[in-house]
Design a protein around this ligand. Sequence first.
Ligand SMILES: Nc1ncnc2c1ncn2[C@@H]1O[C@H](COP(=O)(O)OP(=O)(O)OP(=O)(O)O)[C@@H](O)[C@H]1O
Length: 601
Amino acid sequence: MSELKSIYRWLEGQRLKVLGALVATACGIIFSTLIPLVNQTAIDMVIKQTTEGEQTIISKIVLSVSTFQGQLLMCGFLIILFTIINALFNFLKARWSAEASEDLAKSLKDKMYNHIQQLSFMYHKRAETGDLIQRCTSDIDTIRLFLSSQLVEMGYSILIFVIIFTFMLTLNVKFALVSVCVTPILFTFCFIFFKKVKNSFQEADESEARMSTMIQENLTGVRVVRAYCNQEFEIEQFEKRNSDYRAKSYVMTKLNALFWSSSDFLSLFQIAITVIYGAYLSINGEITLGTLQAFISYESMIIWPVRQLGRILTDLGKTTISAKRINEVLSEPIEFEEGLQKPDIKGTIEFNHVGFEYEDHDRILKDITFKVKCGQTIAIIGRTGSGKTTLMNLLMRLYDYTDGSIKIDGVELKHIDKKWLRRHIGAVLQELFLYSKTIKQNIAIAKKDAVDEEIHSVAQLASVHHVIEEFQEGYDTIVGERGVTLSGGQKQRVGIARALINECPILIFDDSLSAVDTETDIVIRKALKERSKDVTTFIIAHRVSTVKDADQILVLDKGRIIQQGTHDELIHQGGLYQTFWEIQNEKEAEVLSLVNQGSEV
Ligand SMILES: Nc1ncnc2c1ncn2[C@@H]1O[C@H](COP(=O)(O)OP(=O)(O)OP(=O)(O)O)[C@@H](O)[C@H]1O
């Protein structure tokens, strides 16, 4: 029920059109139901030339013409007139319901997209992309289809039944009651079917969503699949999900087959009762031949729409499930709160006993305390999984810390408006994503009005300008989905240029120099140092050479800061940092000697 209320809410702005479609349906029905009355008059009063048939408004109009030929012509004229008016109302019904449903689908898609944009990072990490796409496309389409045809069809079925039954009652009460005696059984049958099909549609829809997720993941991770020759495994997995979907859809198909055959039987049984009982009444002289004809016409006009109700109720079941799935997304709280502070951010940062854990996970960060002055470079180093990215996620408020306090320029981070905060942080994330757009557009994502000089300047700082210039299309080169036409290092450098475009007071480089060679790494860091004197910079890296020039180095292990200081302090302290330094020095020496041997040979 709450799902139907939601659909009513989403229909805001379209309700008048839906109402218009229903009114047009009712008008169309009235005019189409007048046609059997014209036939009745033609048979009973015009052709048989008697006045013993039931007097109706139609018979009065027809009999007002004095000649036999005139009366016959009037009957023909009325049939044509009612058919044209009926067609006109049908046109209006179809037009208004189509407009209402298309507009609703559009506004619902906009609403979903808008809401998804504002959902928290945590939600997106949890949600399955394929399932979300399914909710934004086929679930909305189910609702659109219901509104464009089934809602008006439902109104049509109910109205045609009420109007025709009233006409029948005015002609003969006893015959009218016998003519609808199977209808309650048909209704009950439809209702039971509706309940059953609702559950099986939910299962089929969810199964389809799982299949979509798999297709989406497979296409996104196509390189991994190819690299590990995982095609057979993926095909096998897809077949499993596809079979599951087929099995669930099959249950629905079986239910449908059962419904249609049983409801066909009930409908034909009802027509048979009407014909037999009508013949009996006619033979006994209780009704005229014209009335019998009118009843048989009416019977065939109502029985199929009543039977259609079953299908419409089935679709209503599907629609409520789709509305529920859409509502689940729309009811997720958005991450942006109103009324938070928008302080002047300069870049002084203070972490005080900060702790954090992901939902239902063990504590990831424990008792993190450090202070950064505006303009300093802070490097974070540690084993994989030690919590370096998580620490930066807290700083960007992608997640909120559970314990302690983080202050930026003296203002508690949780009191700062998220959009405002993120506009002041230029981040090169570990999972770099490039849009299927030009390089220029990819760099200017955070500054749509950036001029070419600005874009070229940040690309130069990121040591990627000369690479881009070598492309045939230069900055207008389109990078494929997820940047497949660029190498890993080129992608990283485009990502760095993107982070620099806004001249933010805080910069984060999360493992962003890992795919560039040591020489380029040095060039980029030097350029950054010169340009960003007042910028507070966080560098997460695994290479000691990348972090050694930082003003402060934090060594993270199992979510704790185990060492803190400058490179010189840390290499004399012993511990993890010194181990990293020694291992990497040894490796470098080994590589150097191999290179030397090679050149001697
Ligand atoms: N969204 C998440 N939900 C649950 N656990 C997570 C989530 N993201 C990360 N983790 C866990 O948190 C821990 C720290 O991860 P994090 O990415 O911060 O490590 P890291 O030091 O940056 O690692 P790396 O050097 O490999 O990038 C890991 O154990 C990881 O499994």
